[in-house]
Write a protein that binds this ligand. Structure first.
Ligand SMILES: Cc1cc2nc3c(=O)[nH]c(=O)nc-3n(C[C@H](O)[C@H](O)[C@H](O)COP(=O)(O)O)c2cc1C
Length: 233
């Protein structure tokens, strides 16, 4: 009998761990790697603005330079991806215009209405137009959804992974800019992620998580009080 889908998902999520050491012979096939990248590309984002880009780093020298700017993670996995976040994603940006017009197919009047909605949402509801930083962090939240989908997809494929944000963002952006990989006015790094097969001698810690009943709270319908009847009688 085949394992139930729900069991497969939970088992993949339980077995996923932040891998710290990889098997040098462990290879992630192009097909699996593309599936992981597709999972990132197909991720949801607020207003569907996809404020991300994934840099697949195949240059080992660059990975060495990245390691030198990180907290000491080995970065010895087969595949390395840098998740970039778009800056200044607001109603006046060419980025948003391109997404609404070219990708989502908005025509002029509808696009203007959508832009007004975005502007009001960013300004009044989330207050993220207060600074470049608040706007960048909001876009970065979307990027982390892509990261999360990549991690889950890898786990389902039996591939190990490491999300990484232990680095100096300033130094990393400078490095990527020096290499001509980003215009730092337009893009900033949010996180990195590696994919590979864990070193067989590297054992993950048992999962440490708060209990389900602490994390999940059900909010049940409020008891109906009939008008004219005193509650409790
Ligand atoms: C966005 C993000 C960034 C992370 N950055 C690092 C990192 O730089 N170095 C590291 O050793 N672990 C990093 N981790 C791994 C976490 O410490 C790890 O996921 C957490 O302790 C839970 O353990 P588990 O993933 O093995 O279940 C990161 C995790 C996430 C989600």
């Amino acid at each position: 009998m085949t394992e139930k889908m729900s069991d497969q998902i939970i088992s993949a999520l339980e077995n996923r761990f932040a891998c710290k050491s990889y098997d040098p012979a462990g290879h992630v096939s192009d097909s699996d790697f593309n599936t992981i990248l597709e999972a990132g590309r197909l991720s949801p984002s607020s207003f569907g603005l996809e404020p991300w880009k994934f840099l697949v780093i195949q240059d080992r020298d660059l990975i060495d330079e990245i390691r030198a700017r990180s907290w000491g993670i080995k970065m010895d996995a087969d595949r390395t991806v840098i998740l970039l976040t778009r800056r200044s994603v607001n109603a006046r940006s060419t980025w948003v215009h391109r997404i609404l017009h070219d990708i989502q197919g908005y025509l002029q009047e509808d696009e203007i209405a959508r832009l007004e909605k975005l502007e009001a949402f960013q300004r009044d509801d989330l207050h993220i137009l207060d600074s470049d930083r608040t706007l960048f962090d909001w876009a970065g939240k979307q990027t982390y959804l892509a990261l999360s989908n990549m991690l889950t997809t890898a786990a389902l494929l039996g591939i190990d992974s490491t999300p990484i944000e232990g680095f100096s963002a300033e130094r990393m952006n400078a490095l990527l800019s020096e290499r001509g990989l980003i215009d730092p006015e337009e893009w900033g790094i949010s996180a990195m992620v590696q994919f590979g097969i864990h070193d067989p001698n590297h054992r993950p810690h048992p999962k440490q998580r708060r209990p389900f009943t602490e994390v999940v709270e059900y909010v049940r319908p409020r008891p109906q009080v009939r008008s004219g009847v005193t509650a409790g009688l």
